[in-house]
Ligand binder design. Structure first.
Ligand code: GLP
Length: 250
């Protein structure tokens, strides 16, 4: 597991966006591998990365015609037009401004009547593309990845997840009131994330410092879902100084 630290969130976004832009530019589609498959997060942390990707597209530096995306999660019960749905978020910050064909965008349907079937099909679709090449992620203050809350088994795949009260409180900043935050979400599983060829986790701000330190240097435990990534062969944490401030220098 590797940690890169930058002075602030702009440094984090510059690094991650530059890396992604290079990977997109250097991807050569072939009959065996027609698409570069990206796993994408929501949350406030990735917004500056998406802004940089949009700028690079507008300057004709990159195209998304050979990119397939799988979003990490979606709230149960929010339609794609709801302002706090992750469908809406992705359009607002990325998809409305780039040339990715609609059929190459994948986001779990939080309105699906059969949640289990929806999750199963999502897993199968990821597999049909040969898995995720680069999984980008943020991290929750409680160490969650996507919406895999503490105590979620490491072996779990895409599933319906009850949100912890902590997460509901933290995420209520985006809603009018706490009661408006959905209690459940559909989320890719920890195993789904673990199977990505490469995982890049971004964290900024002091509020993430405990989760980052536990994930990188703590015991590998379901108490901190992101600690599972210690066993992944290609994981990079990209943090600002605040988020990395509790990592002990060795
Ligand atoms: C939500 C998302 C996570 C994200 C987390 C952190 O709970 N499901 O994928 O990592 O928020 O969000 P932020 O980047 O706003 O701190």
């Amino acid at each position: 597991m590797q940690l890169l630290t930058f002075s602030d969130k702009n440094g984090v976004a510059d690094y991650v966006a530059t890396y992604l832009i290079e990977r997109i530019k250097s991807f050569v589609p072939s009959s065996e591998k027609p698409f570069l498959v990206l796993g994408l997060p929501t949350g406030s942390t990735p917004i500056p990365v998406y802004e940089r990707l949009v700028k690079a597209y507008q300057k004709n530096e990159i195209s998304f015609k050979h990119i397939v995306t799988f979003n990490m999660d979606e709230y149960v019960g929010l339609s794609d037009t709801h302002h706090q749905s992750y469908h809406y978020f992705m359009k607002q910050y990325l998809f409305d401004f780039i040339d990715i064909p609609k059929e190459q965008i994948n986001i779990l349907n939080g309105m699906a009547s059969e949640a289990e079937e929806e999750c199963k099909q999502y897993e199968e679709k990821i597999k049909s593309y040969g898995g995720i090449d680069i999984q980008l992620g943020g991290i929750g203050e409680n160490g969650h990845l996507a919406f895999n809350e503490p105590d979620t088994p490491f072996e779990i795949r895409t599933h319906k997840q009850r949100l912890t009260d902590d997460t509901i409180v933290v995420n209520s900043r985006f809603f009018d009131k706490k009661e408006d935050v959905p209690t459940h979400a559909l989320t890719i599983g920890l195993k789904t994330i673990f199977e990505a060829k490469q995982v890049i986790i971004m964290a900024t701000g002091l509020k993430k410092s405990d989760a980052v330190a536990k994930s990188i240097q703590g015991k590998v435990t379901t108490d901190c879902p992101a600690s599972m990534m210690q066993n992944h062969h290609n994981v990079l944490f990209v943090c600002d100084e605040d988020a990395a401030s509790k990592v002990v220098q060795k």
